[in-house]
Design a protein around this ligand. Structure first.
Ligand SMILES: [Zn+2]
Length: 328
């Protein structure tokens, strides 16, 4: 008999706030802010229109372009937490990008306070705990990244628990961003960076050799390098695995070739994540279900993944203990 996925407490460590806004919400916020959206942003089936990684990044930027105020951030954060709680997520960390906010004239404090209000409301109403990872955008370069790290460090908040980097992996090296990551790390923020997704294992080496990261966003292409797999296990570096995203972006052609099981068998720590739900037609709940349907995992293995994810979360120890007791 298939285990009941809805009853398993889920933990998401890798989701992007600007990438979780469903088309209906984009339209609602755009209308409120009197912004006309690009005609080709959506397909006729009401999903985002894109065909490759660069077009995906473009659609993502366009969707976040409708945001204009802290209230908009509050609304998207609240909706994301509400939807996640409905499918059994009890804790999530979401990347937020001050660069996206800045591009539309929203200050860091406004953006942050909007998210904080949503996190408080969602925890009170649904019991889900939300935390934030301030994220820089790789293709905007190391200097903008350092400014983002400075914002995070100069405006400490208990809900801001990490520093991360997303964006186009083809541009710059991980090492170029060491000043930003070192600053965040010294201030006590947990660090993670996207690597080993679009680019191969060399990008993961670049990250773990040069940045103070304890987690890697994706990192799935580490399987191409057995020595790297050994080092990830040895150092206890956790991979934030997002199978649905990988298939949508054609990092792997199908479920059978996705390396989730090889990563687990190698004893490497993982979490299961949705990345950008409306863009990849997925959710964290679906990722847990897919782990059963396509990777043959059992409910006990999924609980073990949730426990691992709590241990690798950037939350404080007291919060982690509270979460572990809810996983069972
Ligand atoms: Zn991502």
């Amino acid at each position: 008999m298939q285990p009941e996925v809805k009853d398993i407490a889920k933990i998401e460590l890798h989701g992007h706030l600007e990438g979780c806004i469903y088309p209906q919400l984009v339209r609602r916020i755009a209308k409120r802010n009197d912004i006309s959206l690009k005609a080709d942003l959506f397909t006729s089936e009401d999903t985002f229109a894109w065909n490759n990684f660069v077009e995906f990044l473009g659609a993502y930027d366009e969707a976040s372009f409708c945001l204009r105020s802290g209230q908009d951030y509050e609304e998207i954060t609240y909706e994301y937490l509400k939807q996640s709680a409905a499918e059994g997520v009890i804790y999530l960390e979401t990347f937020i990008s001050p660069d996206h906010a800045k591009d539309v004239g929203i200050g860091y404090e406004d953006m942050l306070q909007g998210c904080v209000r949503a996190i408080d409301r969602a925890e009170a109403e649904f019991g889900i705990v939300g935390r934030l990872i301030i994220s820089c955008v790789r293709h905007l370069g190391p200097e903008r990244a350092l400014k983002v790290a400075e914002l995070a460090v100069q405006n400490p908040h208990p809900y801001v628990v990490g520093f991360g980097m997303g964006g186009n992996e083809m541009m710059f090296t991980q090492a170029d961003f060491a000043p930003a990551f070192d600053l965040a790390h010294q201030a006590g923020l947990g660090c993670t960076t996207h690597a080993g997704e679009i680019v191969g294992p060399e990008s993961v080496w670049d990250a773990i050799d040069n940045l103070p990261v304890t987690r890697i966003g994706h990192g799935v292409r580490s399987v191409e390098d057995p020595q790297l797999m050994g080092v990830l296990k040895e150092r206890g570096i956790a991979l934030e695995v997002c199978p649905g995203s990988n298939l949508a972006l054609e990092v792997f052609p199908d479920w059978a070739s996705h390396p989730l099981n090889r990563i687990l068998d190698a004893g490497i720590r993982v979490s299961l994540n949705a990345d950008d739900p409306p863009f990849f037609a997925t959710t964290t709940g679906k990722e847990y279900q897919n782990a059963i349907d396509h990777f043959g995992l059992l409910s006990e293995q999924l609980r073990a993944i949730s426990r691992m994810a709590v241990e690798d979360a950037f939350a404080d120890e007291q919060t982690k203990l509270r979460l572990l007791s809810r996983i069972g």
